[in-house]
Design a protein around this ligand. Structure first.
Ligand SMILES: [Fe+2]
Ligand SMILES: [Fe+2]
Length: 383
């Protein structure tokens, strides 16, 4: 049986990400209209059905594009991790589309900024980040970097940047704490995704301006941590699965400097939320290494050297050290090879008998040494 509707709240999905040989948890539609403006979506496969590879090939031949109803986007996102046929790039692109859609609902001018809109955004961001955590489970910082380089970018800088910062924050947390729970990873990702939330209150011409900012524009931008914090502070969050206190702290503290010279509250050292210190490194690294249409980027090695110069002033030395080691390990390209025990250095060799070993994540006891305070927003210091 098929059902028809003319409401155009559908999004396109990739053929490569449709589950094969398992129950599909969402309805699949096609657009049966030939008019670009008068779309007519027809359900061609009801949820709960299982498709074989041949049936999917038939779909591919018959239909130009498949769609899913927006309301079932979370089900689609959750199914990505179950789809071994799909590539990680395709899956991450789908997650990125979803995150952009939710960020757009608050960033795009003309939207009314209600409690309801913010609530939907938070929930949508959580779904996107959970899917990110699942799909990119084994990803190191360097794997993230490679993936980010392959994803296409949006012309609104903040969307790409926020998604990249979420991806890096998750991988930095895992480097700091290899046993990080899924919940902690989601917190790191949510903090990264929403760190620049306060920019919704800054005019687009300023936040998208790649040129030199005037002093007044720069002062306006510096307000964004506080704006973001106020938005969340005045928000009644209706979702128990979202740790709003962690997000609030990341939003408010990601421009604090380790030596207390940052803004808005001149917090220093471990008074700055650990998630905000992680985000600050992810933020910095993405800004200088990810190719944009309008600026050149640094090589990984140069980026690490540039960042090393701000250690202790801007960024947390211990977190940076672990970050650097985890990037370096893979960078050298020699992390996953070793010489056999019977290797004889006195013997001439045409080719060194390197053998592959599984890449290691540098162990870190960072979280055992530092007591982590997830909640409690630090207040402005009395001057
Ligand atoms: Fe920021
Ligand atoms: Fe940022």
């Amino acid at each position: 049986m098929t059902s028809e509707t003319t409401i155009s709240s559908y999004f396109s999905i990739s053929f490569g990400l449709v589950l094969i040989g398992q129950e599909i948890p969402y309805d699949i539609y096609i657009n049966s209209s030939s008019h670009a403006v008068r779309e007519k979506f027809v359900c061609i496969l009801k949820k709960g059905r299982t498709l074989s590879q041949n049936e999917l090939e038939d779909f591919r031949e018959k239909y130009y594009q498949l769609y899913v109803n927006e309301e079932e986007r979370p089900l689609y996102l959750r199914s990505l991790v179950l789809c071994p046929e799909g590539s990680d790039i395709e899956k991450t692109a789908a997650i990125k589309d979803s995150a952009i859609k939710h960020l757009k609902s608050v960033f795009e001018e003309g939207y009314e900024f209600t409690n309801e809109v913010l609530d939907e955004t938070l929930e949508g961001c959580r779904e996107s980040v959970e899917s990110m955590v699942d799909v990119l489970e084994d990803y190191t910082i360097t794997d993230m970097q490679k993936l980010i380089a392959e994803l296409s970018f949006h012309d609104f800088y903040t969307y790409d940047h926020s998604i990249n910062v979420a991806m890096y924050s998750i991988s930095i947390l895992k480097a700091l704490k290899p046993s990080a729970t899924r919940k902690e990873q989601v917190m790191a990702g949510m903090g990264g995704l929403l760190h620049d939330l306060g920019k919704v209150k800054i005019p687009t011409r300023i936040i998208n301006n790649p040129g030199k900012l005037s002093e007044n524009d720069f002062l306006a931008i510096k307000e964004h941590p506080k704006y973001g914090f106020d938005l969340l502070e005045n928000h009644e969050c209706g979702h128990s699965g979202i740790n709003i206190e962690v997000i609030k702290r990341v939003v408010n503290e990601h421009h604090e400097n380790f030596n207390g010279t940052g803004y808005p509250n001149n917090l220093a050292g471990t008074d700055i939320s650990v998630f905000a210190r992680i985000t600050a490194i992810a933020d910095f690294y993405d800004a200088i290494t990810t190719k944009r249409s309008y600026h050149e980027v640094l090589s990984t090695q140069d980026a690490l050297e540039v960042m090393a110069k701000s250690v202790g002033r801007k960024i947390d030395p211990k977190i940076f050290e672990i970050f650097r080691k985890n990037v370096d390990v893979i960078l050298s390209g020699k992390s996953n090879v070793e010489l056999p025990d019977d290797f004889d250095p006195c013997q001439p060799q045409n080719i060194l008998p390197m053998q592959k070993v599984a890449p290691k994540i540098q162990r870190s006891d960072f979280f055992e040494k530092e007591e982590v305070d997830y909640g409690k927003v630090k207040k402005k210091k009395a001057s």
